[in-house]
Structure formats: structure tokens, C-alpha cells
Design a protein around this ligand. Structure first.
Ligand SMILES: [Zn+2]
Length: 289
């Protein structure tokens, strides 16, 4: 029973008759690594299956279109067959090549890279369905590519929401320890904002506008977020980054590039390139908590 050209053999009867277990899904490529002489292992966050590591055979030997579709950021439709240790990717179609749109814009590219790394870190188990994380990642990349909001705001919104989905939503409206409504400080180890009585030594004291910005980003209230002031965005980014790093054991490596880029732009804005500002910007805003 031949299939017409282009028909994807993903029906159960075909899997059965071929003697291999085939499955199809859509997903976003999180990262790639070399395997042997010619192959690559592709880590993909898929819509239905969760995180999958699949082998793409022969992609480093030829300049294949197959390999080109399996670059980080690509939103793809793919078919795999189940292998003993790793599954093998047999077909790929590009749905949205987000990488192409991001590569020409450094702040957006580094923000996107930090999103991919965070998605990878927050989805711990392989083949454990993580639909909400998948939808957040696709939504975050799309928003980043559309360019309607500042890259760092999009990234901070993504961080806050993906942390919330993972069960680490920071307390933002009442004290994380006692539930009191009058909050004074932001204490990462306590889990968010804290009241004056619960405030541990050394906790950051962000402005009320910064906490409001965090709430807006968590809720997806772009009107409020876009209207925020630069200093509140900087303070928000520092708190969100510190909070994220606290919850992920080894931190997010690519966040360094985001911070460097932000510091770099701050330098250009402030003093047209003098070294001192650049150096002071290297130690940003997040070390207080
Ligand atoms: Zn309290």
C-alpha cells in the first residue's frame, strides 16, 4: 500500500507494519551537538512528547537542507523513529525559521538564546509532556521576532512565566513568608516580596513601579510593561535574573551575553564609550539580594 508523495507515514497501522515505532510532532530546536564524524544530536522541545533528543544522520557531511532545518530556534514539524537509546530524526519540515529572523539583531538573538537555554533547563525529563513550556517558548520567540516590545522585556516576561509554569512563581503582591499585604523588599530565597517584619538582611528594596512591572510581565499586560521607565526595567531585569539563577542550579550561561549587551548599550547611551562606565556596568544591579 504505497503512500502518495509527501504523505507522512505517521498512522499507527504503518508503524506496526514497518516494525519500527514512528511518531510525528512539532517542536523548537533548543540545541545541537556533534555525534561521531557526520551526525548530530538535536535537542527539541516538542508539543506533545516533551523534550526529545534525536539523531540527525549525515547532516555534517553534506550541506543538506535537512541539516539546515535543524538549527537552534527553528520551529519544525518532524518525524522520528524510536531507537534503543536515541530516536532518529527521519523527516523535517520548517514551520517558522525564527533563527533567521533573530540572527541580524544582537539583543534579540541573545534574548532568544537565553530562552532556549531556560526551556532546556526547566524541562528536566525527556519525553515528559511539557505543553505549557512549549507554548510559552513558541510565544516568546514569536513576540521577540515581531519586534513590538523591547527584547529584554520579552525575555523577562518569558522568564517569569516559565518559572511560574515550573512551579516557581515569585510572590509579588503579598509577603512570601507571612502573607501580609504591605511589602517592603524582594528576597530571592524567601520566594519574592516580603514585608518589613519578614525581610532578611541584605534583601533588595526595589521600587513599587518595578514590582508593578514584574506583575505586568507575568500577566502579559504589555500596555503597562511598554509604558514602564528604563530604570524600572533595569531593576526588574536584575531581580528576575537573580531569581532565575537561584532556582536553576548552575545558572543560565547565555544570560551573561544578554547582560553584557545591555551594559554595552547603557555605556553608549550614558557616556559615548568611556571605559569607566563600561566597567561599572559589568557589575550590574543583581548582586544586592
Ligand atoms: Zn511577612
Amino acid at each position: 500500500m504505497a503512500l502518495p508523495d509527501g504523505e507522512r507515514p505517521d498512522t499507527p497501522w504503518l508503524s506496526y507494519h514497518c516494525g519500527v515505532s514512528l511518531y510525528r510532532d512539532e517542536g523548537v530546536v533548543l540545541r545541537t551537538q556533534k555525534l561521531g564524524e557526520a551526525d548530530r544530536i538535536i535537542t527539541i522541545l516538542t508539543k506533545r512528547t516533551g523534550k526529545v533528543r534525536g539523531v540527525a544522520k549525515g547532516v555534517r557531511k553534506t550541506m543538506s537542507r535537512f541539516g539546515a532545518r535543524l538549527e537552534p530556534f527553528s520551529h519544525i514539524d518532524l518525524q522520528l523513529h524510536t531507537g534503543r537509546s536515541l530516536d532518529v530524526i527521519t523527516q523535517v519540515e520548517t514551520l517558522r525559521p525564527y533563527g533567521e529572523a533573530l540572527v541580524s539583531d544582537y539583543p534579540r538573538y541573545t534574548a532568544g538564546t537565553a530562552m532556549l537555554e531556560t526551556a532546556d533547563r526547566l524541562t528536566v525529563g525527556e519525553k515528559e509532556p511539557a505543553l505549557r513550556q512549549f507554548l510559552l517558548l513558541v510565544g516568546g520567540l514569536r513576540t521577540l521576532v515581531e519586534g513590538g516590545h523591547e527584547a529584554r522585556l520579552v525575555l523577562d516576561a518569558y522568564f517569569l512565566r516559565s518559572l511560574a509554569v515550573a512551579g516557581y512563581a515569585p510572590a509579588l503582591s503579598e509577603c512570601a513568608r507571612c502573607g501580609a499585604e504591605a511589602v517592603r523588599a524582594f528576597a530571592i530565597a524567601a520566594g519574592g516580596v516580603v514585608c518589613g517584619a519578614c525581610r532578611p538582611a541584605g534583601a533588595a528594596v526595589p521600587s513599587a513601579e518595578t514590582i508593578a512591572l514584574m506583575i505586568a510581565l507575568l500577566r502579559g499586560d504589555w500596555q503597562a510593561a511598554d509604558a514602564s521607565e528604563s530604570r524600572n526595567r533595569t531593576e526588574c531585569s536584575g531581580l528576575v535574573a537573580a531569581y532565575l539563577q537561584w532556582h536553576l542550579e548552575h545558572g543560565i550561561r547565555s544570560l551573561r551575553h544578554v547582560e553584557r549587551d545591555q551594559a554595552d548599550r547603557a555605556r553608549i547611551d550614558a557616556e559615548r564609550g568611556t571605559r569607566e562606565v563600561w566597567e561599572s556596568a559589568q557589575n550590574p544591579h543583581i548582586s544586592r539580594a
